[in-house]
Design a protein around this ligand. Structure first.
Ligand SMILES: Nc1ncnc2c1ncn2[C@@H]1O[C@H](COP(=O)(O)OP(=O)(O)O)[C@@H](O)[C@H]1O
Ligand SMILES: [Mg+2]
Length: 341
């Protein structure tokens, strides 16, 4: 989580301070914000120097929705998230986060969203409790001591509350980071690879908690490389080289791609994979343990390639449903082959 800056003269979200008129205006803004989508942006672009890093990004995330953000390293996930939370100004595009304008109302957005950065960004030489207290103070959380106590309890951090953050394992650091971005009760969470390097049990607990929060109406945009996590999202987007290549539910993303898949099991899969890759119609051959997934879009050509090997009794072939990972790998290769446009 990144501490919000406090630029002078930018007190748009001053509902915690100010007179009755300011409070009424803030209440009206909040009312508008609660009816709109949590994220509704169109045509966002970002360049770093000559490099076009995010291209025409349009994204709508509803309240109570968990939206997965997938794509290989360097594809623009973090840059997109930083634009959505008001830390980075898009070169062009428009839209709102929690009803606030992503270009003009970045201070309010920074105050209102919970942002968990890709790398642990809390203070390693403070304890869990001190970190949370410090952040609560920065956000001017009311009843700070009680909120910190309740947050420690709710996230199961009690037994380690006096331990230095720098001494925590990955799973505990992640739990602390999530606690830190929940202190000010945000209605939108932007989580950037929150479970990278975290063990399976901690990942599962984390996702259970994310679902609980979504159940309370909080919107969550979460980037991840894990397919099991992608499948736990209500909807997802796949981004490659700054461009969204697919969006929808996991089932929709798979269905849209119309990828045909075969699975083959048997001995000496490496030479078989090499031979299959050379056949027309075979777009990808991917090992999954003792099985190869053989995929392509041309059903007849692919069937012909499979037929050449299916007479070999050592191998068992089966036509399968393509999975999310098969589809992502194919989307990425197709886009890479097509080159920049
Ligand atoms: N501050 C920056 N200055 C220059 N290039 C950057 C900066 N931040 C990110 N990039 C580049 O933008 C591209 C997208 O990066 P990023 O958004 O971090 O991708 P992801 O989070 O999907 O791994 C990468 O090529 C990265 O090197
Ligand atoms: Mg990133």
């Amino acid at each position: 989580m990144s501490p919000p800056g406090r630029p002078k003269g930018e007190h748009r979200s001053a509902q915690r301070e100010g007179g009755p008129a300011a409070a009424a205006a803030a209440a009206a803004t909040r009312a508008a914000a609660t009816t709109a989508a949590a994220i509704d942006v169109r045509g966002l672009n970002k360049h770093f120097g000559e490099k076009h890093v995010v291209r025409d990004l349009s994204l709508q995330v509803q309240r109570g929705e968990i939206y997965g953000f997938l794509g290989p390293n360097g594809s623009g996930k973090t840059t997109s998230i930083r634009m959505l939370c008001g830390l980075l100004k898009p070169d062009s595009g428009s839209g709102t986060c929690l009803g606030f304008d992503v270009i003009r109302e970045t201070y309010a957005i920074k105050r209102e969203v919970g942002y968990m950065t890709q790398r642990f960004s809390l203070w390693e030489d403070l304890t869990i409790r001190e970190n949370l207290d410090f952040i609560a103070r920065m956000y001017r959380v009311r009843n700070r001591a009680a909120v910190v106590r309740e947050t420690i309890e709710a996230l199961g951090l009690g037994q380690r509350r006096d331990q230095l953050a720098g001494q925590l394992s990955g799973g505990w650091k992640q739990r602390l980071s999530l606690a830190a971005c929940l202190l000010h009760q945000p209605q939108l969470l932007l989580l950037d690879e929150p479970t990278a390097g975290v063990d399976p049990k901690a990942r599962r607990d984390f996702w259970d908690r994310i679902h609980e929060l979504a159940g309370q109406g909080i919107a969550v945009l979460v980037s991840t490389h894990y397919m099991d996590e992608a499948e736990r999202c209500h909807r997802l987007a796949y981004i490659f080289e700054g461009r969204l290549l697919a969006t929808g539910t996991a089932a929709e993303v798979v269905a849209q791609d119309r990828l045909v898949a075969w699975a083959v099991t048997g001995p000496e899969l490496a030479p078989l994979a090499a031979a299959l890759r050379a056949r027309p119609g075979v777009e990808q051959v991917t090992p999954f343990g003792g099985t190869l997934h053989v995929t392509g879009h041309d059903e007849a050509l692919l069937a012909r390639a499979v037929a050449e090997y299916s007479a070999d009794p050592r191998y068992r072939w089966e036509r399968i449903e393509a999975g999310l990972e098969d589809v992502f790998i194919n989307l990425m290769h197709d886009a890479a082959k097509a080159g920049p446009s």
